[in-house]
Design a protein around this ligand. Structure first.
Ligand code: TNX
Length: 670
């Protein structure tokens, strides 16, 4: 027996599951538990005869997918899982004790017990996530006493820009719950779509859930010709909520108000301020997206919406938005400006808070508390009941906490998972490159938060905004997973583990060990930075001209000189036949040319459809490629004097086209 234990110990040491260092149990659990003590004995051995007694029916069902689990005790059940309210650990806490004879998981509540189970699963070989293990296995004798540092450990998912079918959302929740993430912030509405069924107003989804094609909602981020979208029925959302609850995850729905509401405005134009607009720059497309504050019927509509929403989502919190409101629409509105004067406001941020306070009243009617984006507190008159999501830098988080608002830290520079993880890959970069290490590095004391401010920090949240998701899809097995894992593991630990126990060097080692686990869980996580494009960039002498009027007079000169790596906007959107011409002083040959209309990393401001033509003499052009999402990469193998991009679309959802210089690379061996 002794020999077998030794053998098992050696085997696991080799496999890296358990390093048999007698003094210090080294598990690779994420998030790192608060306290791990080594106990008497070496291992508990799981074999075909071991069964699990679990007294919590909901958890028994869950655990049954991994281990043989029963509702009664038998001689063989040497593993026990139960809730023990008098355990003496805080909310969501658990104690997991392993002796050679028994394994006991006890949680202070359902969530705590669920987390004890997650820690237990992480002590097994990765194959447990594929539905059990193929051979007997041993886990080290330890006593883990654990509870979270912060009550809110969230992940946000933007399903408005790119729709994620309900099964995908459930799978995402399943993955998040492995790492003790306990909030899914579901961004259900935005300019590009309304994704939640509201039975009293079916047009919100029958019209508002679709963009592109013949929809009144024009596409901005891909999908121009095809009608694209989708929505969740209330039945599907109830199912999601139950599924998430089984995994100790609360789903917080967001209806983004009063801005980001172009989709609603297309369905019910009367909710917008009655201001006439000159929309010629946008090919006639009206891009107003802000609810009118002074139209009383708007609050009746919102009442209907939140009444139904509250019935579907049991969460005590509901997110009501508040970010990036274009207040010019209110200034121009005779009714809103009259209301502004009548209230004696001195800034339009106060008018926004006035609107949101009315929404707070509505959600309060249905037993809910509001969550808002950080701009919502700028007027100084928003209710203190609100939970603030600080996204727009660390300053707004300082402000919110200093004013005593309960605050979730989701600052873009650390927690925006739509940001790139290295220079040469898909993603935004307006908040910089956000690596897992960057995300892990947040330290509120270092960031100057006082004790009083820290006391109102509810926790942390990663955000996945999905403007790029749709266009990225063909290139990734699962773009959401690529962008969120493993960064969300870092958020999980930031929110769970006390700061003085967190160390990147230690976390990163554990994270490597989790590669195998994430794979077994079926997560297409990001493994490493992709290769940068091959070849040497060159800047052959060139002149750029275009049929588009440019916003800045120096634009074309700068583009011709490759002098601005960002680019320039035009004064209007594209029309069918618009062109951009790159003429070279000397013909280029044996090069790869990357051509982009729109932002290079965000498919916006582009020629939605169009062609690439090349010319050997600068006069006669031939078609060589089509633009896809505004871009094309061509390989030139015969001398070319000029390249022309020609739009075959009128309108791109924006009131501008964004132009850049081409990226020209000498191909290898040249
Ligand atoms: C800002 S974050 C936004 C989103 C965008 C995101 C892109 C926030 C409250 N507003 O609408 O998707 O940047 O990174």
């Amino acid at each position: 027996m002794k020999f077998r234990c030794l053998l098992v110990a050696t085997l696991f040491a080799v496999c890296g599951v358990w390093v048999a260092d007698a003094s210090k149990p080294s598990l690779d659990v994420i998030p790192l538990p608060r306290s791990v003590e080594q106990t008497e004995g070496q291992f508990f051995r799981f074999d075909d005869n071991t069964t699990v007694y679990c007294s919590v029916p909901q958890l028994r069902r869950y655990l049954g997918d991994y281990l043989p689990t029963y509702s009664w005790r038998s001689l063989r059940s040497r593993v026990e899982v139960r809730i023990n309210p008098s355990l003496g650990v805080p909310k969501e806490g658990y104690v997991l004790s392993v002796t050679p004879e028994r394994v006991v998981v006890e949680g202070a509540d359902y969530a705590g017990t669920f987390y004890g189970v997650q820690t237990l699963l992480q002590m097994f070989p990765a194959e447990v996530y594929e539905g059990g293990f193929r051979s007997p296995c041993s886990i080290p004798c330890v006593k883990i006493t654990d509870w979270p540092e912060y009550p809110y450990r969230g992940q946000h998912l933007d399903v408005a820009r790119t729709f994620v079918p309900i099964e995908g959302v459930k799978e995402f929740v399943d993955h998040l719950s492995r790492y003790k993430i306990n909030r899914l912030h579901l961004h259900l509405t935005d300019d590009q779509g309304w994704r939640v069924e509201i039975k009293s107003h079916p047009e919100l989804t029958s019209i508002g859930a679709w963009r592109g094609g013949d929809s009144p909602i024009w596409a901005v981020y891909g999908s121009f010709e095809e009608k694209y979208g989708g929505f969740y029925t209330q039945a599907e959302l109830r199912d999601l909520v139950a599924y998430a609850a089984e995994r100790a995850v609360t789903v917080i729905p967001e209806i983004d108000l009063p801005g980001h509401s172009l989709a609603v405005g297309k369905v019910y134009p009367e909710v917008l301020c009655p201001v006439e607009r000159d929309n010629t720059a946008a090919a006639g497309y009206d891009r107003r997206n802000v609810w009118c504050v002074s139209r009383e019927e708007n609050y009746a509509l919102l009442d209907d919406i939140f009444r139904e929403l509250a019935d579907v989502f049991p969460s005590e919190w509901v997110h009501i938005g508040g970010d990036e409101v274009n207040m010019r629409q209110w200034k121009e509105c005779p009714h809103c400006s009259a209301l502004y004067n009548q209230k004696g406001f001195t800034s339009y941020a106060q008018l926004e808070a006035h609107f949101l306070n009315r929404v707070v009243e509505i959600v309060g009617r249905y037993g809910k508390l509001p969550v808002v984006w950080n701009e919502a507190i700028n007027g100084g008159n928003l209710t203190k009941d609100a939970l603030v999501c600080g996204w727009d830098g660390i300053k707004p988080c300082h402000k919110a906490t200093a004013e005593g608002y309960r605050t979730v830290i989701m600052t873009a520079q650390w927690f925006y998972f739509d940001m790139r993880q290295s220079a040469h890959e898909w993603g935004h970069n307006w908040a910089g490159i956000v690596t897992a290490e960057k995300c892990y590095s947040i330290d509120l004391i270092e960031q100057g938060f006082s004790e009083a401010q820290m006391a109102v920090v509810e926790g942390f949240e990663g955000a996945f905004w999905s403007e790029i998701h749709l266009a990225a899809k063909p290139h990734f097995e699962n773009y959401v997973e690529y962008m969120t894992f493993p960064r969300v593991c870092a958020v999980a630990e930031v929110g769970w583990t006390p700061q003085d126990r967190r160390e990147w060097s230690d976390f990163s080692v554990r994270l490597v060990a989790h590669g195998e686990r994430m794979e077994a869980m079926g997560i297409s996580y990001r493994r490493e930075a992709p290769q940068p494009p091959q070849g040497r960039q060159i800047t052959p002498k060139m002149t750029v001209t275009t049929s588009l009027p440019m916003s800045k007079s120096e634009a074309l000169g700068k583009l011709s000189a490759y002098a601005n790596d960002w680019g320039y906007t035009s004064k209007r959107t594209c029309k069918n036949g618009d062109w951009v011409l790159y003429e070279f002083a000397d013909a280029i040959d044996d090069v790869e040319v990357e051509l982009t209309t729109g932002y290079r990393h965000v498919v916006r401001g582009m020629f939605p459809t169009g062609v690439v033509e090349v010319s050997a003499n600068g006069i006669d052009f031939r078609h060589i490629a089509d633009l896809y999402n505004g871009s094309a990469t061509i390989h030139i193998t015969r001398p070319v004097k000029a390249i022309r991009l020609r739009s075959t679309a009128t309108g791109n959802g924006d009131s501008f086209v964004f132009l850049q210089h081409p990226l020209i690379r000498r191909e290898k061996n040249n």
